[in-house]
Write a protein that binds this ligand. Structure first.
Ligand SMILES: [Zn+2]
Length: 190
């Protein structure tokens, strides 16, 4: 699998910021390489609040994390994503730098990159189509696995990957299919 660079992302230097959002609490993790993780922190049940502002609610890792450009880019992008006022163009393709050390899988990296760049706001793609786009039309299951392991919620829009028959399919993590449905509805301006 090519040259091993070793682990250049030291967990001890991760910094996290908790934020409020229309889909509930979220957590942004940054490292020296960029955005390391964006995830939900929904407790039990997904309770959307469409008017909630994207704002910082807690900081772990020093106050200076708020000055971290990756954190600010992330908050700005999320604000645009949820605003739903014609800024979809911007929201569809985050320009934020992603930490490359979140996985050893070149396939995951490839699929995440394709999804981020090729499937904009308001669009969907099937697992099979995404597999074909990644160069192996029989890799639907591997694509499903790449979705389950996606560390960049919304930015790598795994919620836009649906079943061939139009049903929404699985969605890992807290919120589950209810959250996925909400995001797809949000993107179709319902
Ligand atoms: Zn990292």
């Amino acid at each position: 699998m090519g040259v091993k660079f070793g682990n250049k992302c030291d967990e001890r230097h991760h910094q996290t910021v908790s934020i409020a959002s229309p889909i509930g609490p979220m957590v942004v993790t940054v490292c020296s390489n960029g955005l390391h993780r964006l995830s939900t922190a929904i407790d039990h049940q997904f309770v959307p609040n469409p008017t909630a502002k994207v704002e910082v609610t807690g900081v772990d890792g020093g106050v200076d994390v708020l000055a971290n450009p990756y954190v600010n880019d992330c908050i700005e992008w999320l604000s645009a994503y949820f605003r739903n006022d014609g800024h979809e163009e911007y929201a569809s393709k985050p320009v934020i730098q992603f930490c490359p050390f979140v996985t050893n899988s070149e396939f995951y990296q490839k699929v995440w990159h394709l999804l981020r760049n090729e499937i904009p706001f308001g669009r969907t793609i099937s697992y099979g189509e995404l597999a074909a786009l990644s160069g192996n039309e029989r890799a639907s299951r591997a694509v499903g696995s790449a979705m389950r392991n996606n560390p960049f919620l919304l930015m790598v829009p795994c919620h836009r990957v649906i079943n061939k028959d139009g049903t929404i399919g699985n969605f890992s993590g807290t919120g589950g299919p209810t959250l996925k449905q909400w995001l797809l509805a949000h993107e179709s301006h319902q």
